[in-house]
Structure formats: C-alpha cells, structure tokens
Design a binder for this molecule. Sequence first.
Ligand SMILES: CC(C)(COP(=O)(O)OP(=O)(O)OC[C@H]1O[C@@H](n2cnc3c(N)ncnc32)[C@H](O)[C@@H]1OP(=O)(O)O)[C@@H](O)C(=O)NCCC(=O)NCCS
Length: 195
Amino acid sequence: MEDGRKGALALTVRLFPDLIALYRSAYSGAPYFELFTEEEVKHLLVELMGKREIALYVAITKDGEIAGFTWGYGLSPDEEIARQLEGLEELPEELRSAIKGSRAAYIAELAVDSRFRNRGIGTKLVSDIVEDFRRRGFTHVVVRTNVGNIPAKRIYEKLGFVQIPGSAHPVEHERILSGLRVDLRVFFYKEIDIA
Ligand SMILES: CC(C)(COP(=O)(O)OP(=O)(O)OC[C@H]1O[C@@H](n2cnc3c(N)ncnc32)[C@H](O)[C@@H]1OP(=O)(O)O)[C@@H](O)C(=O)NCCC(=O)NCCS
C-alpha cells in the first residue's frame, strides 16, 4: 500500500536569501554606507526572530522579487532600545509608561531595493506594520533613523510620527564603505489610536 509520500525533491534550504541580499545592498548606500557580510546579516535576522511579538512585512513584485521589507517587535522594558529611550529626560510621559507596560513596539528594520524606491513601497510597509501593531493592542510605535535620512523621515512624518525631543545621539559605524564614520540618529514615535 502507498504510504502517501511523494518522490524526493531537490531542495536547498536557506535563511531568507533575498532578504539578506536586499539588506546588504540597502545599507551600503547613503546615509549609512555600511558593508555587512552575509553572516552578519544572518546573525542580525536570527536575533530579530528571537524578539517577542515580531512582525515582518515583505513587499513582493508580480515577478516574485523582494522589493522591500520591514521588521518590528514588541519592546520590553529591559530591551536595549527601551533603556536608551528611558534615559531621555524629554521622553513624553505616555511613551515612558507604554514602554514600562510593554505596549510600545519598535520598527527595527525598513529597506526597499534601490530599483523600486520612491513608489510608495516604504510608506505602505510602515503603514501596514503600524496597523498590525495597532490590532495587537500596542499603543505606541517607535523608530530610529539617521537625521539626514530624508526618505525615511518623510515616511514617518507623513504617517504621523513625531520626533522625540532630545533623542539625537551619535552611532559609530563599524563597517564603513566610505564617507561617514559616525552618524547622528534620532528617535520618532507614533501614538496609535486603538479605539
Ligand atoms: C528609506 C526607504 C525604505 C524608503 O523607501 P521608498 O519605498 O523609496 O519610500 P516611499 O516611496 O514610500 O517614500 C519616500 C518618500 O521620500 C521622498 N523622497 C525621497 N528622496 C527624497 C529627496 N531627496 N528629497 C525629498 N524627498 C525625498 C519621496 O518623494 C517620498 O515622499 P512622498 O511619498 O511624499 O512623495 C529606502 O530609501 C531605503 O531602503 N533606504 C536605505 C535603508 C534605509 O535608510 N532604511 C530606513 C532606516 S530608518
């Protein structure tokens, strides 16, 4: 009698190969100029998979190509980002308590393939991930970007994020292609209407 098993398939099992390639190329340009190895990005993505309440949105073209992605997770008070935020004197009180109560989420990654930029994909990804967090009961979403990252800032501001006063801080790059060694980052947040 047949056991229901079909013939063997020739498979290669890999960890998000297209996401890794996209990540590496997206951050090699302005304003980051960072060169990541495949192993470093794998490590980063595996670390993100271990976060609580993750959300991953991937934009795929009709031809099946990955055009962009965003990855976020629920912030817990002992998270490194949460600790950085809580150290800010000017952190709005409602955001401080959302972090303490684990009701704040963090968008850790956002990248769109340079071939597909300026067509609204980044905006759609952020808007969808925010909506996902809203449905799951988060009341605030936090992001961090470079002060000179005009497209990213445009997306966040357009979607109602506001800059957290006093949150500008330098971040030293380790994997420099050219240009900047230290860049200035800033946090934005958005209060979500869960009504
Ligand atoms: C940031 C990024 C994700 C944006 O993706 P995208 O799909 O091009 O974004 P969108 O098309 O939805 O929106 C970009 C906005 O910036 C605007 N913009 C882009 N370049 C601009 C410029 N030089 N000056 C002014 N506005 C600019 C676009 O006009 C658009 O605004 P609009 O919708 O009001 O017209 C993409 O540039 C990227 O992957 N960059 C590298 C990685 C990165 O910086 N990630 C963000 C980390 S926080």
